[in-house]
Design a protein around this ligand. Structure first.
Ligand code: FMN
Length: 207
């Protein structure tokens, strides 16, 4: 089954290596992951005063993420932290209070950088936000992609053959399995609860 995946890229740069990594992930599992890139560059800065009359861009973003079965964050690290544009998108999607579009959605986090640490700091700060947002985040494989440059991609923008592509391929497969596991377990639990409720009703009817 193909799951709808909302991909949120934390870079607005045209030649973004993170966007290319995101595109490569989509291409690697096109059979099972129905990916959409959700644009975040036009989102007005989050302001709680606007919760009652939200800008159209906020609503569009919330609808797009809300319709997804899972969320994939692919982001650079800025100053060892989350790029502001991505943090703004996370804040926009998380509100109004009690109506977060991220709630319960399975997620994975990928950070890519030309540096050797691979965006470790940003990766874990995104993870920290996901914990509060009640998103089950895939644990492994961790994806701190270091030493990524334009040279890591071919002319069509896809990852060249090599260890980086192998890791990203493993991650794409693992993410599909993660999304499937979360959705299937919820379905089984719901069926089980319905079954228990029916059983109770039958017992009460016979009592
Ligand atoms: C404001 C700013 C802060 C940055 N801080 C970091 C950093 O903390 N760690 C890091 O590995 N790279 C850092 N970089 C370099 C980015 O990793 C690099 O520019 C990368 O290509 C950005 O990702 P993108 O190609 O997807 O836009 C920073 C770049 C900018 C513009």
């Amino acid at each position: 089954m193909a799951y709808k995946i909302a991909i949120i890229v934390g870079s607005l740069r045209k030649g973004s290596i993170n966007r290319k990594v995101a595109r490569s992930i989509c291409g690697l599992r096109a059979d099972n992951l129905d990916c959409s890139m959700i644009e975040i560059g036009d989102l007005p800065l989050y302001n709680q005063d606007l919760d009652a009359t939200p800008p159209a861009q906020w609503q569009h973003f919330r609808e797009q993420v809300g319709a997804a079965d899972g969320v994939l964050f692919v982001s650079p690290e800025y100053n060892r932290s989350i790029p502001g544009v991505l943090k703004n998108a996370i804040d926009v999607g998380s509100r109004p209070y009690g109506q977060s579009v991220f709630d319960k959605k399975p997620a994975a986090i990928v950070t890519a950088s030309p540096g050797s640490i691979g965006g470790f700091g940003a990766n874990h700060q995104i993870r920290q936000a996901c914990v509060f947002l009640n998103m089950p985040v895939m644990q492994q494989p961790e994806a701190y992609l270091g030493h990524v440059s334009d040279d890591s991609f071919d002319e069509s923008g896809c990852l060249k053959e090599g260890p980086l592509k192998e890791l990203v391929t493993t991650l794409a497969h693992a993410f599909h399995d993660w999304v499937e596991m979360i959705h299937r377990s919820r379905q089984l639990l719901a069926e089980d609860s319905a079954h228990v409720a029916q059983q109770k009703q039958r017992e009460q009817a016979h009592a």
